[in-house]
Design a protein around this ligand. Structure first.
Ligand code: DOR
Ligand code: ZN
Length: 375
């Protein structure tokens, strides 16, 4: 398994948590930050699933996040306001004792979606966004959209009421190389759609290319992008070179190194148009480790240690809170969380698997030991 070469500051990183106080003294002596307190983060793109899997993975998110945009790609998908209300209630019922985590619900856009149902769900505060899956683009997307003209009525209504559209930005044309599907989607689908529905607030979800970063940067209003933890850490070599690593396979698939670096620059820049959406997508090991394995990286348990490490490596620790806690609420028009989360300079090894009745779920291994832990 890949380990990062030399980590900055690794010579003073405490080897065991018990050395915390020594490390604090050393950090102070060297003028380094030892503890970082930020407004409690939100996850603007999260898969919680349902049933036993929901109950198994939810605590990892509620431990570190105050709110999350909940993806609706269940089987069957969350397509009506009644579906969303029932799913929200199942999530609330599964919350760990004492948690005040708020699930921000979404509707799964289909060619049959009723604009009035969407508007009513928004007006009542039930939903925070609508999710667009091109049909066949990813896990449980078969009920998504094939003919984008057929959803324009709903999108126009959403533009009127200021309800954001979260977009899985990949074309599904089998003739298009999988590494080009995001770029082609922006040219063929997203840009024309945004021109046809002016005023629609769009979040490009889990962007993976320098072109998507540039597209967001070139547009001042109504456009933002989420970036995942894993796309800041892995490129396509990590999936494919020297053996195939199913736990790094997700959609959109990680691209070349130059794209990972562009994502890192965007995430660590503080630019308000980029914020965290982990796309933490749990699948059991039996579902991942097979001839046709599922797409998804399970990053909810260790996202914050990894991000703190990455931001420090890029000299941007002071901008971590913009990415995790400030930019997302600003785009969605929500208040910043009043509670806080503290990270301390203590190594955070990869957490163990999360057990479910259908098998273990392996946590994303960044290939290095983050220098930071959530306190
Ligand atoms: O890797 C992914 N997994 N990408 C998606 O778009 C969906 C997700 C899932 O639901 O498993
Ligand atoms: Zn997703």
């Amino acid at each position: 398994m890949r380990r990062a070469p030399a980590q900055p500051n690794s010579e003073i990183a405490p080897k065991v948590t018990g050395l915390w106080r020594d490390a604090a003294r050393l950090c102070k002596a060297r003028g380094m930050t030892h503890a970082l307190t930020i407004p409690t983060p939100d996850d603007w793109h999260l898969h919680l699933r349902d049933g036993a899997m929901l109950r198994a993975v939810l605590p990892a998110t509620t431990a570190h996040f105050a709110r999350a945009i909940i993806m609706p790609n269940l089987i069957p998908p969350v397509v009506t306001s009644a579906d969303a209300a029932a799913y929200r209630d199942r999530i609330l019922a599964a919350l760990p004792e004492g948690s005040d985590f708020a699930p921000l619900m979404t509707l799964y856009l289909t060619e049959e979606t009723d604009a009035e149902d969407v508007a009513a769900a928004h007006a009542s505060g039930l939903i925070t966004a609508v999710k667009l899956y091109p049909a066949g683009a990813t896990t449980n997307s078969a009920s998504g959209v094939s003919d984008f003209a057929r959803v324009e009525g709903v999108l126009s209504r959403m533009a009127e009421i200021g309800l954001p559209l979260c977009v899985h930005g990949e074309v599904t044309d089998p003739a298009i190389d999988i590494f080009d599907r995001e770029t082609v989607f922006i040219d063929r689908v997203l840009d024309p759609l945004r021109n046809r529905v002016p005023g629609l607030k769009v979040v490009m979800e889990h962007i993976t290319t320098a072109g998507a970063v540039d597209y967001v940067r070139a547009n001042d209003t109504n456009l933002a992008a989420t970036i995942t933890t894993h796309h800041l850490v892995i490129n396509r070599n990590h999936i494919l070179a020297g053996g195939i690593r199913p736990h790094y396979y997700c959609l959109p698939v990680a691209k070349r190194e130059e794209h990972r670096l562009a994502l890192r620059a965007a995430a660590t820049s503080g630019d308000a148009r980029f914020f965290l959406g982990t796309d933490s997508a749990p699948h059991t090991d039996p579902a991942k480790l097979q001839p046709c394995g599922c797409a998804g990286c399970f990053t909810a348990p260790n996202t914050l240690p990894i991000l703190a490490h990455v931001f420090e490596e890029d000299g941007a620790l002071d901008r971590l809170e913009a990415f995790t806690s400030l930019n997302g609420p600003a785009f969605y028009g929500l208040p910043v969380n009043e509670t806080t989360l503290t990270l301390t300079r203590t190594p955070a090894p990869v957490p163990g698997c999360v057990d479910t009745p259908d098998g273990p779920v392996t946590v994303f291994d960044p290939g290095f030991t983050p220098n930071w832990s959530v306190t």
